[in-house]
Design a protein around this ligand. Structure first.
Ligand SMILES: [Zn+2]
Length: 292
């Protein structure tokens, strides 16, 4: 009988999430610690040793840039430079393997089975430590010529804001205002220190005016970024995921308001939804990518 099983493998900085799927059905899932010592060279062998039987295919999601030919162009959190982890994976397991960026994987998962279900064209925005994104157009994940399609985290909001030094080397990137790290940074600029992002969001939602102004600023900039991306990509829907989006409707409504303030008039029908797959989105999307 033909093997219809696929592995979806989401490699994070501390944990690797592995799912074994048959079609869209999750049969089993488990995790493997990510050993980043020694340039992360144990990561793929550790994953291979954890697998539960043969499969028709697999895909890896990684926290870094992936070129269309499958070359990974640095994953700082894993200790990887330029490498081809799929070649090593297939050599160890005999299973054909693809690789994609983790936010792109989550985008595909949310479009097919999560907050973007029912839409063929979705812009997914992951609001975590940084701001990741992915673009699905006409049902297909689009990664672009260099694997960076949809990277709205590095749209430049304010090139003169020298307090907003981005990890990419530029100043004033959207990520420096709208990520969990960015929101905490804005809170400390407003005189509130020692809070994690969730505490800032909760206090703002509970009526703290100073922190609500912080959240409003972050949502305003995010709405601008989404409106800018929509003018180019024109998705049917935008899906907000990542830890910051756990603030739910409180966040979504503010982003929707800001989006409508900045959007090109013809884009105003774009729906903004919340992600529904949580931290499994990447693993699920990775498996779907393996099946494509
Ligand atoms: Zn940047």
């Amino acid at each position: 009988m033909e093997n219809k099983r696929y592995y979806g493998i989401d490699i994070g900085g501390t944990t690797v999430k592995v799912g074994l799927f048959e079609g869209e059905k999750l049969l089993d899932k488990w995790s493997v610690p990510t050993v980043t010592a020694d340039g992360g060279r144990q990561i793929i062998p550790d994953i291979a040793a954890s697998l539960r039987g043969p499969a028709a295919g697999a895909a890896l999601a990684v926290p870094g840039a992936v070129l269309p030919d499958g070359t990974v162009n640095r994953c700082v959190n894993l200790g990887w430079g330029v490498c081809r982890p799929t070649d090593e994976f297939t050599a160890l397991t005999g299973i054909p393997c693809k690789v994609l960026n983790d936010a792109n994987a989550a985008a595909l998962g949310e479009q097919r089975l999560g907050g973007g279900k029912g839409f063929e064209s979705v812009l997914f925005v992951a609001l975590g430590t940084g701001v990741g994104a992915g673009v699905v157009l006409d049902g297909r994940l689009r990664v672009g010529a260099r694997g960076t399609a949809g990277e709205l985290g590095h749209l430049c909001w304010d090139p003169a804001d020298t307090t907003a030094q981005c990890t990419c080397g530029h100043i004033g990137c959207l990520e420096q205002y709208c990520s969990a790290t960015g929101i905490v940074r804005l809170a400390s600029q407003a005189g509130v220190t020692g809070m994690i992002c969730k505490q800032v969001m909760d206090a703002a939602a509970a009526g703290d005016k100073r922190l609500e102004a912080v959240v409003d600023k972050a949502c305003d900039i995010l709405g601008w970024g989404i409106a800018s991306a929509c003018a180019i990509v024109d998705p049917e829907a935008v899906v907000l995921g990542g830890g910051v989006a756990l603030a739910g409707e409180y966040l979504r409504l503010k982003v929707q308001d800001a989006f409508e303030k900045y959007a090109f008039h013809a884009c105003l029908g774009t729906e903004i939804h919340l992600a529904t797959l949580g931290s499994d989105a990447g693993m699920i999307g990775t498996a779907l990518y393996a099946m494509d």
